[in-house]
Design a binder for this molecule. Structure first.
Ligand code: HBI
Ligand code: FE
Length: 287
């Protein structure tokens, strides 16, 4: 866990939120944000979905320095009713979902150090704000994230969190989308990563598979390296529509059949957009 004295000095509220204490960020911390921002924005121009890039503009995230929530939140709230709250590190699943269900996005306060720009063991303020928040300005995606939080709370009742977590992983974190200009990414884990922003689209290694809700829920993922498969949606409307059904029969079916796909394998029914050659790293641990 990365040390952050501002986090250590606070007792979190019952919903795990803390104050950002923006004034307490050091010049070095702001400089790391600027460095990450510059590196990413050059890369994302022709690779990320336009709604994300518009979100960056609308929220003035390019102004420089770690965003101050007291400036960011009024803008975001006026657009879609979402706000960003600060939390110390990872929060329990039910707390995370409760925030999303109420259109609050929990973001880490700390920022990675200059000597570990690419490797992160837990989400920091750059991943959480740069990666996740721009798309919350897009009304349909904003609704999807809220529906996800509501679905998350229900999944805990059915002991089905693992299925829903895979949906989050392959959409919110590592999703790709077809656009009129070509294949783009929208997942926060990709847009906030220097290496994966290129690899996910340009490498011959990973599979690109058409999005299918049940297939995604059956697919394991790697948390410690670039993904071996990505799922492609045609629109955020399609993604949101997939959540507008009762997941109970789906969970029951998944639990009964217990079919799992590794990230490397393909299914008979898959709509394959790129059959990866899996030449990148073969033996990393999956969960
Ligand atoms: N907490 N701060 C934080 N950020 C997350 O992304 C997060 C979390 N707690 C739980 C959680 N994610 C998972 O439940 C989801 O990835 C499904
Ligand atoms: Fe994330």
């Amino acid at each position: 866990m990365i040390e952050d004295p501002i986090i250590a000095a606070q007792t979190p509220a019952p919903d795990f939120t803390i104050n950002q204490v923006w004034e307490a960020y050091t010049d070095e911390e702001h400089a790391v944000w600027d460095l990450l921002y510059q590196r990413q924005s050059d890369l994302l121009k022709d690779r990320t979905t336009p709604e994300f890039l518009e979100g960056l503009e609308k929220l003035s995230l390019s102004d420089g320095g770690i965003p101050d929530l007291s400036t960011l939140n009024p803008k975001l709230q006026a657009l879609t009713g979402w706000t960003v709250v600060m939390v110390p590190h990872l929060v329990p699943d039910n707390v995370f979902f409760e925030h999303l269900a109420n259109r609050r996005f929990p973001a880490g306060r700390f920022i990675r150090k200059r000597n570990q720009l690419d490797y992160l063991q837990e989400p920091d303020v750059f991943h959480d704000i740069f990666g996740h928040v721009p798309l919350l300005t897009q009304p349909v995606f904003a609704d999807y994230m809220q529906a996800y939080g509501q679905g998350g709370l229900r999944s805990l009742e059915y002991d089905a969190l693992k299925y829903l977590a895979r949906l989050y992983w392959y959409t919110v974190e590592f999703g790709l989308i077809n656009t009129p200009a070509g294949l783009r990414h929208y997942g926060a884990g990709i847009v906030s990563s220097y290496g994966e922003a290129q690899y996910s689209l340009e490498s011959r290694s990973p599979h690109h598979i058409g999005f299918d809700l049940k297939r995604v829920m059956q697919t394991e993922y790697k948390i410690d390296d670039f993904q071996d498969c990505y799922f492609i949606i045609d629109s955020f409307e399609e993604l949101f529509a997939a959540t507008q059904q009762d997941f109970e029969p789906i969970y029951k079916n998944l639990i009964e059949n217990d079919t799992v796909f590794t990230p490397q394998c393909l299914a008979q029914e898959d709509s394959i957009i790129q059959r990866g050659d899996l030449s990148y790293g073969r033996d990393n641990v999956s969960i």
